[in-house]
Design a protein around this ligand. Structure first.
Ligand SMILES: C[S@@+](CC[C@H](N)C(=O)[O-])C[C@H]1O[C@@H](n2cnc3c(N)ncnc32)[C@H](O)[C@@H]1O
Length: 268
């Protein structure tokens, strides 16, 4: 397989610029992420055995941003990506993680080699793929799960029942987002038309959660974070995410990121 997929935001500039534009106050993005991971860590520590007993998969690892974090829970990681340039950066930067063996696999998730993983991490992949690829990705991740497996799935979320689609362009070192309809998203993400933009989709979390549940996973926990300013909650204090996650009416309207934590249902 050679470069079947090229993820266009090679240096993450677009992401940095989008963060700057969508923060309700400076520093929110980082503090929101830190708090989300602190909560996730509490649950993972309780669910997983010691790291020498955990085989982990970072599916769609990109440049390997999360590998040092995954290594806290696993001494044997497989890191995969469908973009060879990004995977090569992960290889360069994250081969030597103390006390950890990292194997790299250049592959789309749908065609990953057979294996059995106790921890599966899939972070911010499914919002950038053609819509018809999401189910095969989730099914393949399920096939690769050990009977006791734990899965952490991060994605961009929409308000309930209101999926959204967009194209992010990198212009003059900053990002411009164009909101588009589903047909245009599909056209760009499947590369039927060539546009120099990163297509993204805000996925309806209720729909995704019911699909993953139907595959034989039970949801342990979920947390919405990086809530964008447009969500209209008007909250600007440090407790913003706590308030949003604790208030069903705000949670149902939030656009942003979500982390969901799953456990394989026994005998599923
Ligand atoms: C937004 S990046 C996220 C990278 C990393 N997981 C993180 O959270 O930093 C999305 C990554 O998914 C990869 N990707 C997209 N479709 C994929 C697929 N079908 N199989 C594997 N990787 C894929 C892209 O190449 C890109 O590196």
């Amino acid at each position: 397989m050679d470069d079947v997929y090229q993820y266009p935001d090679e240096k993450e500039w677009m992401m940095a610029s989008l963060i700057e534009q969508s923060e309700p106050q400076p520093g929110y993005w980082q503090s929101s992420e830190t708090a989300a991971f602190a909560r996730l860590d509490r649950d993972l520590e309780a669910l997983l055995p010691s790291r020498d007993k955990v085989r982990a998969l970072d599916a769609g690892c990109g440049r390997g941003r999360l590998l040092p974090w995954v290594a806290r829970y696993s001494a044997a990681i497989t890191a995969s990506d469908a973009d060879s340039r990004r995977l090569n950066i992960a290889v360069r930067d994250h081969t030597d993680i103390d006390g950890t063996t990292v194997a790299f696999e250049y592959s789309g998730i749908e065609s990953l080699n057979d294996a059995s993983y106790d921890l599966i991490v899939c972070s911010h992949v499914i919002q950038h793929v053609p819509m018809e690829n999401v189910s095969p990705i989730l099914r393949r991740l399920t096939d690769l799960a050990s009977p006791e497996s734990v899965m952490v799935l991060f994605f961009n979320r929409s308000a309930f029942g209101e999926e959204r689609y967009g194209l992010s362009y990198l212009e003059d070192g900053g990002a411009r987002v164009e909101e588009v309809d589903q047909a245009r998203y599909q056209e760009v993400v499947t590369r039927r038309v060539k546009v120099d933009a990163l297509p993204f989709r805000l996925i309806d979390p209720e729909v995704l959660v019911s699909e993953v549940s139907a595959l034989g996973w039970s949801m342990e926990w979920q947390w919405t974070y990086h809530v964008d300013d447009e969500s209209g909650d008007g909250i600007v204090d440090a407790e913003r995410d706590e308030v949003i996650n604790g208030t069903p009416s705000l949670l149902s309207r939030a656009n942003g990121d979500i982390v969901t934590l799953w456990r394989r249902v026994p005998n599923a």
